[in-house]
Ligand binder design. Structure first.
Ligand code: PLP
Length: 330
């Protein structure tokens, strides 16, 4: 599989470490490793950095002077896009959707929002339920009318170009496992806009790794989440020149840990954040990686991973902790 055929900016800190989590493994009674994609670099890192290596390379190729994207108020993807734009000397505009109704200063101005502005991006808020892709097209047209060349990135950077970043991650992870003689039984991670899982599944199939990937949902119900991942995996495989390699049953998502909704912290997610912090010195977040880890922990406690070696892909997000400080009080 020849990924070098696609334009890419080599700005991520790769390969990310693959580390054992000994204390957590002991606590849960199965062997759990962690793939540190929270350490990818660009404004602290996270999973969007791998996607943006490919997306922003396209922006450079088209001669863009402006990038635009959208997400929830505390979007990690927006923050990482703002960092890439800063590095490349482009303007960055981020459309923020209020998906939680939280009306406090830290949620609306600290964490990712603080960093968006530090990187020189402009932000604009919209009420929950807004048709964000349509608003983004409108905003892009307004900039184009002023003579700007705008590259528009979908929410989460989830399209076949962005997913190439996680095809690459699958190759990287399998390479690390091969070098160390480490048989991996399953990869578990938080899934949202679907690019991460779509890329991973496609990459794992493309090299015939035989390693299943389990996404833990953070927003949509299971049928919708799996369909989104499957559709994007199919389009990613087509882009790679190997259409048809992903079967519907290769896409597995467990959406039992979403709680009341996207961006709303759960008890099990907060417990997972505390466990990783106290047992492993690793920071998760309440929107994504904490809910992903809550799924990992609960399934491990139920014995689903007995005798297996699991890799938890840490997708990042700890910057969001500073927008959610209220969740940890009392
Ligand atoms: C965006 C994000 C995810 C979800 O990845 P998708 O590719 O959108 O499914 C998981 N964790 C963190 C921290 C994220 O920012």
């Amino acid at each position: 599989m020849h990924l070098a055929r696609f334009p890419r900016l080599h700005l991520a800190h790769l390969p990310t470490p693959l580390e054992p989590m000994e204390r957590l493994s002991k606590e849960l009674g199965c062997e759990i490793w962690i793939k540190r994609d929270d350490c990818t670099g660009m404004s602290t890192g996270g999973n969007k950095t791998r996607k943006l290596e490919f997306l922003m390379a396209e922006a450079v190729e088209m001669g863009a002077d402006t990038v635009m994207t959208q997400g929830a108020t505390q979007t990690n993807h927006g923050r990482q896009t703002a960092a890439f734009a800063a590095k490349l000397g482009m303007d960055c505009h981020i459309l923020l959707e209020d998906r939680t109704g939280y009306n406090n200063d830290n949620y609306n101005g600290n964490g990712n929002v603080l960093l968006d502005h530090l990187h020189g991006a402009t932000t604009e808020k919209f009420p929950g339920g807004t048709d964000m892709p349509a608003e983004m097209e409108k905003a892009a047209e307004a900039e184009r009318a002023k003579g700007k060349t705008v590259y528009v990135i979908p929410g989460g950077g989830s399209n076949p170009t962005g997913a190439l970043g996680y095809v690459n991650c699958a190759f990287e992870l399998v390479g690390q496992a091969n070098d160390r003689g480490l048989v991996i039984d399953r990869v578990v991670h938080a899934t949202g806009s679907s690019g991460t899982q779509a890329g991973l599944v496609t990459g794992m199939k493309a090299i015939n790794s035989g390693i299943p990937v389990l996404g833990i949902g953070t927003r949509a119900p299971q049928p919708k989440q799996e369909q989104m991942v499957y559709d994007l995996a199919c389009r990613t495989a087509e882009k790679l020149g190997c259409p048809g390699i992903v079967a519907r049953e290769d896409v597995m998502a467990n959406t039992d840990y979403v709680g009341e909704g996207y961006g709303l912290p759960t008890e099990s997610g907060l417990e997972a954040i505390r466990m990783f912090a106290e047992l492993e010195g690793i920071l998760l977040d309440p929107v994504y990686s904490g809910k992903g880890a809550a799924g990992l922990i609960d399934l491990a406690r139920k014995g689903e991973f007995e005798g297996q070696r699991i890799v938890f892909l840490h997708t990042g997000g700890a910057v969001g902790l500073f927008g959610y400080d209220f969740a940890f009080r009392g």
